[in-house]
Write a protein that binds this ligand. Sequence first.
Ligand code: PLP
Ligand code: COI
Length: 362
Amino acid sequence: LDFEIIRNENPVSAEDRAGILADPGWGQHFTDHMITIRYHKTKGWHDAKLQPYGPITLDPAAQVLHYAQELFEGLKAYRQADGSVVMFRPFANAARMNTSAKRMAMPEIPEEVFVEALELLVSTDRDWVPTTEGHSLYLRPFMFATTRLLGVNQPADEYLFMIIASPSGNYYARGIKPVTVWLSQDYTRAAPGGTGAAKTGGNYAASFAGQAQAVAHGCDQVVWLDAVEHRWVEEVGSMNLMFVYGSGAQPRILTPALTGTLLPGITRDSMLTLAPDLGIQVEEGKINIDEWQHGCESGELTEVFGCGTAAIISPVGAVKGADRAWTIGDGEPGPISMRLREELIGIQFGRRPDPYNWVHKV
Ligand code: PLP
Ligand code: COI
């Protein structure tokens, strides 16, 4: 695809940018440019542009505003010690976007176009990639239905694919201090046959009421349980969960299997690949909330952590529900979580070897 390049003639000043990068927070600031690519059923992908970041216009009857045909992705660009910039596993995000697209009856985008568009945006806005260790440039590709259409008998014919970029610090304001999670009994995130495995906005829209309950109970995020028995652990709001049985000679990690109701996280996949190299066994299976509580109380289950692009590796320190509460280990980050975090971040920032070719130079 040929990209038309429209430079931002009024970019954020170097001084203001430095101020933002000194304390980026999460998801509040955006770079000078964005990508837009249009799709039409008969024309395919066309009208690709790099253009100044800014508002877009939509028809009030654009299908996405009514029926939420939408997808998004999330990945990051990292500054290396030599000043160069890399992205982490961009082809994995491209593949997941296309899997999500099938579920949402949306067009697939060629993986090379997805990655080329990311490269163009990151190289143009390269100065926005933080140089502070641990900070990065969060990349948000997304796609939605623009056809003017109130009927629901067919998916839209027209879509807009976009990428925006946001310098990011810690997802949780408290940094690496363990998060507290809330067991949601009132709400369900995803049911069998639904859209839980697709990265579509509706899954998140449906989660805010549960998230508000978690916050009202002093917790950071919701643990989503299965829709049928409300007992089996699926994932949390923005992370997959890893359960570490670290008390024996051979540590082991259990993570909920991909049953179609949880997001197939790329960080999750990276953990399943890296842990065995560090002598930690991995298993995809099932765990219910009684097993979780008893495992912690008996001392067999020593650590639990969440993993995701935004949250990286975030230890879970305590669990609360309507009728129960317990802590994990001593409530502090555990050694296996921290070892895996160090390994992952080490690869992303170029401090460790990259045996699986996950790092993609821009
Ligand atoms: N689960 C949910 C619901 C998420 O939103 C995310 C974030 O993307 C994840 C898991 C982790 O996925 P990944 O590691 O690909 O970022
Ligand atoms: C990500 O980690 O990329 C996410 O999408 C999390 C986001 C929903 C805040």
